[in-house]
Write a protein that binds this ligand. Structure first.
Ligand code: ADP
Ligand code: MG
Length: 230
């Protein structure tokens, strides 16, 4: 649904919600931006629109002597857009907290981060994961426990990040759900367990990134799963 610019963010829908985050300009880019005629090519219009600015050269205008370049802006609607100044805590409140509530009520939730290299997927998902794990650990029913798994897909291969990158066989069941056979899990009893496991998984991944070629890193995906068991 269309929302007035600057209005209060609507609650995310129960099904699939699409959110956009514009990360802050990093120091390396700050230097680039200081060059003449450079500008940030996206602007978040709160609460749910992102504007993308693109320089267009019009040959007609050049020939008329009117100057060739003009800025074209396209606006895209999402369910929620986060401006660079909105921190990780705000993102957790908007995206993480409702999903944690759903999971603690017995449901399931998935977060997928999509974007080009350097756009902030790892930063955002690690910040989210830390907060999600703490909230789940605090909210899980007595008698239940949490288990973490982590795996990486590289092309059509799958590796267990919590078991020395053992290769996992992918099998499709009768319902079309894909399972990684033999995927290991580790119990999550405390936030410290969780931090250790995520740091370990991330290190396993980083190590792989330097030893695989550019082709496979282009089709690379890391998945962390947390499941509640009785
Ligand atoms: P990706 O995983 O999409 O390749 P990263 O998460 O590694 O991207 O982010 C690229 C760089 O931008 C890193 O230096 C990271 O620290 C920084 N960065 C990303 N998102 C943010 C953010 N929300 N706030 C501050 N720095 C960020
Ligand atoms: Mg990354």
């Amino acid at each position: 649904a269309a929302q007035p610019p600057g209005g209060a963010p609507a609650a995310l829908p129960d099904g699939i919600a699409v959110c956009v985050r514009q990360r802050p300009v990093v120091p390396r880019e700050q230097a680039l931006l200081e060059a003449p005629h450079e500008f940030e090519c996206t602007t978040v219009v709160p609460p749910a629109t992102v504007a993308v600015h693109c320089e267009r050269v019009s040959l007609g205008r050049v020939l008329e002597g009117a100057g060739g370049e003009r800025l074209q802006t396209k606006k895209f609607a999402a369910h929620r857009c986060f401006a660079p100044g909105e921190g990780d805590a705000a993102l957790y409140e908007a995206i993480g907290a409702p999903l944690v509530a759903r999971v603690l009520a017995g449901g399931a939730a998935t977060v997928i981060a999509y974007g080009q290299t350097g756009s902030g997927k790892t930063h955002t998902t690690q910040q989210l994961l830390d907060r999600v794990a703490a909230a789940l650990l605090g909210g899980v029913r007595a008698g239940a426990s949490l288990e973490l798994s982590a795996f990486e897909n590289l092309g059509d291969k799958c590796y267990d990040l919590l078991n020395e990158r053992a290769e996992l066989a992918l099998r499709e069941d009768a319902d079309g759900a894909v399972h990684a056979r033999g995927l290991s899990t580790t119990a999550l009893a405390s936030a410290a367990d969780f931090e250790r496991a995520v740091a370990w998984g991330a290190a396993q991944r980083a190590q792989a990134a330097t030893t695989t070629n550019a082709q496979s890193s282009r089709s690379q995906r890391t998945t962390f799963g947390i499941e509640s068991v009785q």
